[in-house]
Ligand binder design. Structure first.
Ligand code: SF4
Length: 287
């Protein structure tokens, strides 16, 4: 019997990244040229190459953008970067995800209300750096409760969280803070996109005979999806493009599962599914 192909209920590019891609593509024809993104807009080399073909190239820093426009990524930046870009005469297209802006606003509000700010997240990540930049120098980053040991806590502590963190990580830090501070004010700024993709991948991998995970090898969230699928015991293949697929992966498979990271556009998922249909003999993929 021909195998069935099923794409995970939540897979591929999230709202914020899709919006950033749209804004960059529109800017290519309308904003002052050349249009450059400040850092890769998305952790996916194929998409970065496609954007370059449409006239949106990459600058690693403002020093690499001497004229035209810069697109700010969905992760956001510290406010000084936008001020600096404007001071250099560049046109700024701010594609910061509205959910990330919500974290910036919460950080500013808590600091203005006198709270010391704890950011639960991954130190050095561009989104976390951007959040820190909205806290007037009063923020510290922790990823786990033990990280609080090195911090002199004030009496009143405010907490925000990097959008891609888990509720478990936030819970653990907040539980420890409640033991150490008099007042703890938490704003849960987790975005559900990551959790939804992980839960859907886990659920599908538990039923599938083989999983194909589509997305950039440099994309942390795509690698994490591949890890979740592999942990379920199902044979898992992480591919960046459809030409990496192999017929042998699908021999004897009744159900082939497909998922994709938050930096994988729908067109790439479609291409992978079409190639799997050809290689596996699946006639009608269920999506
Ligand atoms: S994961 Fe959520 S917060 Fe991050 S860019 Fe996507 S939609 Fe925005």
């Amino acid at each position: 019997m021909a195998p069935r192909i099923e794409v995970a209920a939540h897979a591929g590019v999230c709202y914020g990244v899709e919006r950033a891609l749209d804004l960059a593509e529109k800017a290519a024809g309308t904003a002052p040229a050349p249009v450059r993104t400040l850092g890769p807009l998305i952790h996916n080399p194929l998409v970065v190459a496609e954007l370059a073909e449409r006239g949106v190239t990459l600058a690693e820093s403002l020093d690499g953008a001497d004229a035209g426009s810069v697109v700010i990524r969905a992760h956001g930046v510290v406010p000084e970067v936008i001020e600096d870009a404007r001071a250099r005469g560049l046109s700024v297209i701010d594609a910061t995800c509205p959910y990330v802006k919500r974290v910036h606003a919460a950080a500013e509000r808590l600091v203005s209300q006198g709270f010391q700010l704890i950011v639960v997240g991954e130190g050095g990540h561009p989104e976390v750096e951007g959040i820190m930049g909205h806290a007037d120098g009063r923020a510290r980053v922790v990823s786990r409760p033990e990280d609080l040991d090195g911090i002199e806590l004030e009496r009143r502590v405010g907490v925000v969280v990097q959008t891609t963190q888990t509720l478990d990580a936030l819970d653990a830090v907040v539980a420890e803070l409640l033991r150490r501070a008099d007042e703890v004010h938490v704003v849960n700024t987790i975005c559900s996109a990551t959790q939804e993709r992980q839960a859907a991948a886990r659920e599908l991998a538990a039923r599938a005979d083989v999983m194909v995970v589509v997305g950039g090898r440099n994309s942390g969230n795509t690698r994490r999806l591949a890890q979740i699928c592999a942990e379920s015991g199902t044979a898992t293949h992480h591919i960046e493009s459809a030409d990496e697929l192999r017929t042998a992966w699908f021999t004897d498979a009744a159900l082939i599962g497909v998922t994709a990271g938050a930096s994988t556009p729908a067109a790439h998922i479609e291409r992978a599914v079409a190639a799997i249909e050809r290689l596996s003999g699946a006639s009608d993929g269920t999506r």
